[in-house]
Ligand binder design. Sequence first.
Ligand SMILES: Nc1nc2c(c(=O)[nH]1)N[C@H]1C(S)=C(S)[C@@H](COP(=O)(O)O)O[C@H]1N2
Ligand SMILES: [Mo]
Length: 437
Amino acid sequence: YEEISKHNTEEKRIWTTYEDKVYDITDFVDSHPGGKDKIILAAGSSLEPFWNHYKQHQKQEVYEILEPMKIGRIKDYNPDKFKNLKDEYLNEPIRSPELKFHSSKPCNAETPVDQIHENPITPNDLWYIRNHNPVPVIKADEYKLQFFYDNNLIKTFTLEDLKRMRSKRVITTIQCGGNRRGEFEKTSGTQWDVGAISTAEWEGVPLCEILNGYRAEHIHFEGYDGVKSSIPFKKGSNCFGDVIIAYKMNGEELPPDHGFPVRIIVPGYVGIKNIKWLKKINLAEEEVDGPWQKGMAYKILPGSIRCLEDVSKIDLDKIDTIEELPIQSCITHIEEIEEKYVMNGKNFRIHGYAYSSKPLVFPRVDVSIAGGKRWNIAGVNTRFKDFENFKWGWALWSVNLKIDKTPCEVICMASDDQKNMQPRDIRDIWNLRGLAN
Ligand SMILES: Nc1nc2c(c(=O)[nH]1)N[C@H]1C(S)=C(S)[C@@H](COP(=O)(O)O)O[C@H]1N2
Ligand SMILES: [Mo]
């Protein structure tokens, strides 16, 4: 079973089992009638938990398709192992194959970054997905949001209740704290490239509306999948903080992967504060307990903490949870462009995004093809008609450069109005869990 579990990607070949038989289905997955995204759920494990549900598979025809893909048998096969088991990921939504998948159970996938320059607002089906668990299945008319003060239930809202209240639209970029983790050496967790970030226009009830008359230090959020985080009361209760209880994403109801029917949106704060499938709001004196708020997975440890054993030497409670993330930019797409009077070399347009957690701070981006010795100022996208509306959003930038010799290294660096800037060397910001790169 251990050997089989390692064969769960196309690179490593995809193996699956039925009864005691092991199959290599790598060349079949694209032509699976029920979709590649479904069959891939059984990669590195067994088909039974799915076939117990999708019973149409249990017939001769299907066994005959599988037969030529058989590569072996399970030594210690236990016939009862999957007898009545149904996979908890059976009801996962269908996802765009254009996403860049890191895992499917739970789903972790990046937005296709080479399309970002065309879409300041990310289309819903191309939004990055970061799930810790199976997607909860919630019926809109059965949905309930509970509001607690000091763990005493004050009020319960249905989706209809929320939709009847004053609403507000907010455009925000959400970025996972682990975005770009893959560029660091030796970190654990999903090895994200630059695509764990996306932007949408959300609509919902301003959180300050329901907080009127209450005082506390922290606001806890909990999802129907059990994931929790909290934010300071001063962020959530201040109407300029733009925190909303969102039920629409780019004019449509939230897709299941992004929190259907309701999620909290905390503009400017790291991804994990934006709790999906929102079940509870609780006002409290302390921040919420749990790994997503107090654990090392969401804290930037000092660079001197090099391994897990080192972590036991420090008091994690003394390190703050991440809220805002540092100034950020990266290159997402490079295209060759026609230019009339180029003597030597070729012209290229370099595209990228830049993001500051602070509202109304528009990053400046400099691009170098000379190893950082000379810089060119990039133009920040002027298609955003209304900067005020886009104050929590990323900035898309581009610059045209003539390149004489290839290969050529292109680097970009964002800075803000206080001259906070990206580090020259990634090793200077290395941290054990690879956060805030
Ligand atoms: N209930 C719940 N909320 C959640 C999560 C989750 O797993 N469960 N993941 C968090 C993390 S780590 C991130 S980065 C964002 C991702 O949001 P998205 O999947 O809509 O892009 O949601 C956050 N909210
Ligand atoms: Mo995240």
